[in-house]
Ligand binder design. Structure first.
Ligand code: CA
Length: 244
């Protein structure tokens, strides 16, 4: 049971796209305890249509679905500039690499079988982050950060590189914004998980590496020799002011 006050704060709508009805119902039950309105979709096609028809606060998306799979659902939503946070459920550890390796734009993921309290913690972390973003509530209060020809506006969720819009997924944006906002400061992978993902779990550090590489591919002239997001050996990463 959740305290009444918390219920009121957490009034949100969540779309769960999951073909295993037992899991879908279990997730629904716990999200309702958080005060969320929950809609279930049992395949990818219905899920995409539902996500496009209504403004959800969160989509919980199973990877393996009949019809189109979770990756394709992600791609279709993001290609139409739908940036609703997506929490991906994957059933095998081997799928994880596939999920992370692809440019599919999920915000977070959980491996099945998952502990339902872990799911609830992730969902709360996503909501907290979204609230902070909606308030324009960044640590230093800055809403725009820039370095050379790269500029990020957190209110508009807009990234510009060389005068052209730069496509970043939600997490890529958050990661880059965080590093730029604290330019010059070195962060460990564990700190970045805390600050950008909102939770910390040993074993998820490779997620950070994967996202760093993806962002580098988008902003570095030579991703093999990054000069913006710099690796500090044995410590982590920092954003380095770009010299034109
Ligand atoms: Ca499934």
């Amino acid at each position: 049971m959740v305290k009444r006050g918390e219920n009121q704060i957490m009034q949100r709508s969540v779309l769960v796209i999951e073909d295993e009805s037992e899991i879908a119902e279990l997730v629904k039950l716990h999200l309702r305890d958080l005060g969320c309105q929950v809609k279930l979709a049992f395949d990818g096609i219905v899920g995409v249509a539902e996500a496009e028809a209504k403004n959800y606060d969160l989509v919980i998306l199973d990877l393996m679905l009949p019809g189109i799979d979770g990756l394709e659902v992600c791609r279709r939503l993001r290609s139409k500039s739908n940036y609703t946070p997506i929490l991906m459920l994957t059933s095998k550890a081997t799928e994880l690499d596939r999920v992370l390796g692809l440019e599919m734009g999920a915000d977070d993921y959980l491996t099945k079988p998952f502990n339902v309290m872990e799911l609830v913690a992730r969902v709360k972390a996503i909501f907290r982050r979204i609230d902070a973003l909606n308030r324009g509530d960044t640590k230093s209060g800055e809403k725009i950060v820039s370095s050379g020809n790269l500029r990020l506006d957190i209110t508009k969720r807009e990234a510009i590189l060389d005068g052209e819009p730069l496509e970043l997924t939600t997490k890529e944006f958050d990661l880059l914004f965080h590093l730029m906002q604290n330019s010059g400061r070195v962060y460990s992978r564990s700190q970045l998980l805390d600050n950008v993902w909102g939770y910390n779990h040993s074993g998820y550090e490779h997620t950070v590496n994967s996202f760093i590489n993806r962002v580098r591919n988008k902003i570095e002239l030579d991703p093999a020799k990054p000069c913006r997001i710099v690796t500090v050996r044995g410590v982590g990463y920092k954003f380095s002011e770009h010299k034109e």
